[in-house]
Write a protein that binds this ligand. Structure first.
Ligand code: NAD
Length: 478
């Protein structure tokens, strides 16, 4: 069978060696609507050869020219928005408004990295002696193997492609097999803009086979992965064994702290919107909601009312706030995490059940008084569930916020500048957002600490990971 989504290797689309495919399923209906090509070892060898060739050409292309081509691709993506967004909703489930936003955000990310690539500066170090120049050159690290997930198939891939090619590297991206078609259109736009063959390559297949082949491959110099902590640790170990540089953007379990002086109405509204965006399948999704005991009751009522007002349905229906979960695994996880929380003494404030028997729909859910021993208080839910608990004391609240091995994002609501400063300092997290949910812009750092990974997927820090320093000392004495 011919794949509806093919591999892109050395500037050409093709089926995988052996013509194997994987089904692509609509999460709102459970119906198959396409098939993605599976890369064989021969395809991956070709991709490595293409990336090596593409790197030689691309690193020799001026940053000015690279920027022009990347910006042209971003413009093409914006022009094609209405073709790409429905593909994303069909395969991933998110409401059309969020799909459109993601297409735009991918173009925005490419634009930003295109410009940032023009500002990769070296430096001159003062010499101890005359006639000697000490220079630090910043050079692209080399061909990159990147692995991007299914929750934001376009934006997460654009971060990796943008940082890699903006700094002069070539890339082999393993895209998400469950949501392949919209990403293929983004990659097509890069080719159509004139980015040379071999600079950007896209493969799909069996994830462990692809990472097991690409990471040790001598052509690959850098690895970037977004996904679960468990898989991230495996890939980081493999990369370490082969001395490859790594960026890891992994799971989170974000504390959200509501102080007694917070604007409760604003907090409930923003938190609901952010929590249930993409059906909660967001690594920075707020999960543990710690509310000062004096305002706990009022805030809970407010939050529950907002959650109940959300419209859940197919992403193609008008005014839908939350679509289906991306795959049946997530629904099973939501059911079993909720059951476990209730079994150990937690209560369901709203939601808690799957909706219907077709597609992967689950109610926007708020649990409360869930004991720390519950699985959901330790494992990342990665779905439309948050857990509320009251606190009385700042230090005990911070201990709870920092209890888990994760440290990706944290949120706080307070009107006090000194409380905001205190919580920003005390919380162990790669990102902190106060009185709004302001994470994820291309120009700001995006990454975690502890088991949430290392490196950044945004800001100038993201470019750093794709650059190496070369020190050149030059005497001009004859
Ligand atoms: P999973 O751990 O099997 O897969 C997560 C991602 O890693 C997928 O994109 C998958 O293709 C990829 N992957 C898995 N094994 C791999 C391997 N050996 N080599 C290369 N890539 C590999 O889990 P899942 O059921 O797909 O997703 C659920 C969990 O993944 C969630 O609980 C969440 O923690 C995590 N996740 C995180 C993000 C994020 O943005 N950080 C995105 C998607 C999934």
């Amino acid at each position: 069978m011919t794949a509806t989504v093919q591999l892109y290797i050395d500037g050409a689309w093709r089926d995988g060696h052996g013509n194997r495919t994987l089904d692509v399923v609509d999460p709102a209906t459970g119906q198959k609507h396409g098939a993605v090509a599976v890369a064989g070892i021969e395809d991956l060898e070709d991709a490595c050869a293409a990336a090596a060739k593409g790197f030689r050409q691309w690193r020799a292309t001026s940053a000015y020219e690279r920027c022009k081509l990347m910006r042209k691709a971003a413009a093409l993506i914006r022009e094609r928005l209405e073709d790409i967004a429905p593909l994303l909703t069909r395969e991933q489930g998110k409401p059309m408004a969020q799909a459109r936003q993601e297409v735009e955000s991918s173009a925005d990310i490419l634009d930003w990295f295109a410009e940032e690539g023009r500002r990769v500066y070296g430096r001159i170090i003062p010499s101890r002696v005359p006639d000697v120049t000490l220079t630090v050159r910043r050079e692209p690290v080399g061909p990159v193997a990147a692995f991007s997930p299914w929750n934001f198939p376009l934006a997460q891939a654009a971060r990796k492609i943008g940082a890699a090619i903006g700094s002069g590297c070539s890339i082999i991206l393993k895209g998400p097999e469950e949501t392949p078609a919209a990403l293929a259109r983004i990659v097509a736009a890069l080719g159509d803009a004139g980015i040379p063959a071999g600079v950007v390559n896209l493969v799909y297949g069996v994830p462990s086979q692809i990472s097991g082949f690409l990471i040790p491959h001598p052509v690959i110099r850098k690895v970037s992965f977004t996904g679960s902590t468990a898989v991230g640790k495996e890939l980081a170990s493999l990369a370490g064994a082969h001395m490859k540089r790594v960026t890891m953007e992994l799971g989170g379990h974000s504390p959200t702290i509501v102080f007694e002086d917070a604007n409760l109405e604003l907090a409930a509204k923003l938190l609901t919107g952010f929590k249930f965006r993409n059906a909660g399948q967001v690594c920075t999704s707020p999960t543990r909601i710690l509310v000062h005991e004096k305002v706990y009751g009022a805030f809970k009522d407010n939050l529950v009312a907002h959650a109940r007002a959300l419209k859940v349905g197919s992403g193609f229906e008008a005014d839908v706030d939350m679509g289906p979960l991306a795959n049946p695994r997530r629904v099973q996880a939501m059911e079993s995490l909720t059951q476990d929380a209730v079994d150990v003494g937690g209560a369901v404030a709203t939601g808690g059940r799957r909706i219907g028997n077709q597609g992967n729909f689950f109610e926007p859910t708020i649990l409360e008084n869930v004991p720390r021993s519950a699985r959901i208080m330790n494992d990342e839910p990665f779905g439309p569930i948050m857990m509320m608990q009251p606190f009385a004391d700042f230090d005990a609240m911070i201990a709870e916020a920092n209890r888990l091995p994760y440290g990706l994002a944290a949120y706080a609501y307070t009107r006090s500048a000194s409380t905001a400063a205190k919580v920003s300092e005390a919380v162990e997290s790669g990102m902190v957002s106060i009185n709004h949910h302001g994470l994820g812009l291309p120009e700001t750092p995006f990454g975690g600490v502890k088991d949430s990974g290392y490196g950044s997927e945004g800001g100038s820090e993201a470019m750093e990971a794709y650059l190496v320093s070369k020190f050149v000392t030059h005497s001009t004495v004859d």
